[in-house]
Design a protein. Structure first.
Length: 346
């Protein structure tokens, strides 16, 4: 396991170098003749220039969570940053049928692209395929469809990578010894299962394991209840990973109420209040793992490029990738200033 996780870390850290190497290799053909790659794709300057007007439909779940609120506001802000984009936003809903109806409206209106964060990926797959068959590219955000034919491009956070990042940080802090606890989100969700699996794999890599685990529900009240249960059952803990910074508000309240401070905690997702606590360094919360709330904003930018026939300017390939998985970096007091500007409010 150790070699696999280290290889994964190296790939993340050296991604820019890999792209640069590809660019150098692309400059030579098999015959030894040099090939000019500067005309392939589009430059960042060309991408920034106004192009054909693009109408983008955006639909996402109800903003009943700080992260989802940031998803929605980020999509609007991204659209506002382009003078050639008109964004049509469907009312946020957790009702799959209502979201299907919203997408069908976009299809009937003949929008140029659709950015869709489905309340349920499987339930929205059929209508997304319908949009694609109508010639409207769909950008799938965060929760995947159940068919590869339902989206032109998919942009995701890295749930497994969050667990790996959290486990790696805790390994580094504990030096391979200590009692590790985990406060998960909703256990029935694949994203929670992926986070827990990545966490367990990374801990195993340094000889640790999850010694105590409870699940919450991504809410403040749920986090407080789960943390109270965890603390009551375990008189000594060395480190806690809490999957979600919104529920972390409740987790910290339970810790304060119990008067416990023998451990350090790390969070997940990257809320502003969590980063402010990390920056102040006056609680047990010492780090958090980013799950980007910029995914829909990135989706809007990709939709514009696809609709205008452009590509990502730093890539050699002359088309937008069909799958993008964003990084899951760890935020600590040492680097919080690099991330707090994109943090969401819980």
């Amino acid at each position: 396991m150790r070699s696999h996780l280290k290889a994964r870390t190296r790939l993340i850290l050296t991604g820019t170098a890999v792209v640069a190497s590809i660019g150098l290799l692309a400059g030579c053909t098999g015959s030894g003749e040099e090939e000019d790659v500067t005309d392939q794709g589009t430059t960042s300057e060309e991408n920034a220039e106004s192009g054909d007007s693009v109408v983008i439909g955006f639909s996402g779940p109800a903003a009943d969570h700080g992260w989802l609120g940031a998803i929605n506001s980020g999509a609007q802000a991204a659209a506002d940053s382009f003078d050639d984009v008109e964004l049509r936003v469907a009312e946020g809903t957790n009702d799959a049928n209502a979201q299907i109806a919203a997408v069908e409206t976009f299809i009937n209106e003949g929008v140029d692209a659709i950015v869709l964060l489905p309340t349920d990926g499987a339930a929205l797959t059929e209508v997304a395929i319908k949009a694609m068959e109508a010639g409207i590219p769909v950008i799938n955000v965060d929760r995947e469809f159940s068919s590869p034919f339902a989206a032109r491009s998919t942009i995701l956070g890295d749930n497994y990578g969050m667990g790996v990042s959290a486990g790696t940080y805790i390994c580094e802090q504990l030096g391979g010894e200590g009692f590790v606890a985990e406060i998960a989100g909703i256990d029935s969700l694949p994203l929670t299962q992926d986070r827990s699996q990545g966490f367990a794999d990374a801990l195993e890599d340094c000889g640790l394991q999850v010694d105590a685990r409870v699940a919450a529900d991504f809410t403040v009240a749920g986090g407080e209840a789960a943390a109270s249960q965890l603390l009551a059952a375990n008189p000594h803990i060395d480190a806690i990973w809490n999957h979600d910074d919104d529920q972390g508000v409740g987790v910290l309240a339970a810790i304060d109420s119990a008067g416990r401070d023998e451990f350090f905690m790390m969070g997940g997702a990257g809320s502003r209040n969590a980063m402010e606590a990390i920056e102040a360094d006056d609680t047990v919360l010492k780090a958090t793992v980013i799950y980007p709330s910029t995914q829909a904003a990135d989706g809007i930018a990709l939709a514009r490029l696809i609709a205008q026939g452009k590509t990502m300017s730093d890539l050699i390939t002359p088309s937008v990738p069909n799958r993008i998985v964003l990084d899951a970096p760890v935020v600590t007091k040492d680097n919080v200033d690099q991330f707090i500007g994109l943090a969401f409010a819980s």
